[in-house]
Design a protein around this ligand. Structure first.
Ligand SMILES: Nc1ncnc2c1ncn2[C@@H]1O[C@H](COP(=O)(O)OP(=O)(O)OP(=O)(O)O)[C@@H](O)[C@H]1O
Ligand SMILES: [Mg+2]
Length: 227
């Protein structure tokens, strides 16, 4: 397990990435935002609640291929153990802790509820098709009933899909704040993933500016300020 960098914040900020469907980019957001935060000099940790261990494996590649990258501490947790959620929410030695959730987590999950109530911000990435939008709406509605601070982020967006993007935005914004910047689908993101980096940590990464902008929005929304 890598050790995090020097502490910058007085209080730990906790950010959950979750979604109603498989594959909208929950782990993608955790990897890219954790990378951006670590590169900004924060002491960062990621908690992996997905038994696929996507984020944990990314962290292993980071240690293997990019030993000089800013350190990120990794934890693994059990998606069926509410006790694990309580335990990792108590972690307070990091500036920022990101939590990744499994594909099939639903609103009745005790782990999802415990995490949602313990974090400063819930991120809900979603693709723009109608089936994805409908699933995201159900989750966003539950989060809004629970009064949890939530930011929905459109991901894997193809620039030509203007009508579909517009429709998704109109539906989602009824339930949650929508990140003003959507993330496109870029091959370079996969290249960063291969070596355990976030897009903003690569010297040249097409789409890196999307991540930088979303990180700016997340940072502001989570109360991290500008610096
Ligand atoms: N904006 C993007 N551009 C290109 N590839 C992306 C983008 N977002 C995600 N991906 C890729 O799409 C796949 C699914 O993303 P990811 O694993 O983050 O989704 P997930 O919601 O965590 O999935 P799961 O539900 O299985 O946990 C991964 O291979 C990821 O690298
Ligand atoms: Mg995942």
């Amino acid at each position: 397990m890598a050790e995090g960098g020097t502490r910058r914040l007085k209080r730990t900020i906790r950010i959950l990435s979750t979604g109603a469907k498989g594959g909208p980019g929950k782990s993608f957001l955790v990897k890219n935002l954790a990378g951006a935060a670590a590169a900004n000099g924060y002491n960062v940790a990621v908690v992996d609640f997905d038994t696929q261990r996507t984020v944990t494996k990314w962290l292993q590649r980071r240690t293997q291929y990019c030993p000089d990258a800013a350190p990120i501490t990794g934890y693994e947790a059990d998606p069926h153990e509410a006790r694990d959620a309580t335990d990792v929410l108590a972690l307070d030695e990091h500036d920022i802790v990101f939590f990744d959730t499994p594909p099939a987590i639903d609103q009745s999950s005790e782990v999802l509820k415990t995490l949602s109530f313990g974090v400063d911000l819930v991120l809900v990435p979603t693709k723009v098709g109608i089936s994805d939008t409908e699933s995201a709406e159900t989750l966003l509605h539950a989060l809004s009933v629970w009064k949890r601070p939530t930011l929905a982020v459109l991901n894997l967006v193809k620039p030509k899909a203007t009508r579909v993007i517009g429709l998704a935005k109109k539906r989602l914004v009824r339930h949650a704040e929508l990140c003003a910047v959507e993330i496109g689908e870029y091959y370079d993101f996969l290249a960063a993933d291969e070596v355990g980096l976030g897009a903003t940590e690569m010297r040249k990464c097409t789409g890196g500016e999307d991540i930088e902008a979303v990180w700016g929005a997340v940072r502001r929304r989570a109360g991290l300020g500008e610096g």
